[in-house]
Design a binder for this molecule. Sequence first.
Ligand code: PAF
Length: 279
Amino acid sequence: MRVFRTIAECRLWRQALDGDLGVVPTMGYLHDGHMSLVRAARGDNAHVAATIFVNPTQFGPNEDLARYPRDEERDLALLRGAGVDAVFAPSAAEMYPDGFSTCVPVEGLAARLEGASRPTHFRGVTTVVAKLLNITAPRRAYFGQKDAQQLAVIRRMVRDLDINTEVVAMPIVREPDGLAMSSRNVYLSPDERKAAHVLCLSLSLAERMYDEAERDATTIRDAMRALIAKQPLADIDYVSIADPGTLDELDVVDRDALVSLAVRFGTTRLIDNTLLRAP
Ligand code: PAF
């Protein structure tokens, strides 16, 4: 497995490839969720690359950039074991040299939900993903459904900018108790980790209510909020039931709907979601 630190080396490798390249962009500290993306990419493409870059521009001033977990040696071993051909792991200076002054904001979609709490977040994500897709020019790029809004925003950017890459979404991978895998789960204290179970319980409640023919979105949101509020360590940021493409909040669940939430446990903010599919 080749490891590239510079854009020039990565481009040179890319240009010599014959056949489809699949890319898995990551911020490292890999878990089974990331590895499911790698496995899908391995199955679909002749060549697979992963990127490891803790992207500073998607962290707000009071967020966890400095303490974001990192373990590159372990990440590289996992990627090697999964049959990845190349890893692009640049420095911040390589990606954002002095004088860097361009960004790729996606209007509207990026301002909702996560964007309301983290106003500069998606601008950082779309800027770095645009750069990574330009550098690696993959036939397919793989992202997890766990970051459902990120996925919607990236899809919109790829469509609007005619980027010649298929965006492939992979299902959420969960811990045995249902907690969605996330690099940030390591921040949870043992009590917060137990309490975080309420996230998937509230999503299951939404699914059950929907299966039992409840279609009033406010009724479902209120029931989810009430369930989460019973957990003293949980502090709700938002509970949303929205159109999966536009992220417009729904009054009536009369089409496919994305149920998503963000909840704080101490200083750790977790997100999760499920899709309600119209019959
Ligand atoms: O989902 C992530 O890990 C990041 O937001 C991404 C897509 C790699 C961009 O930095």
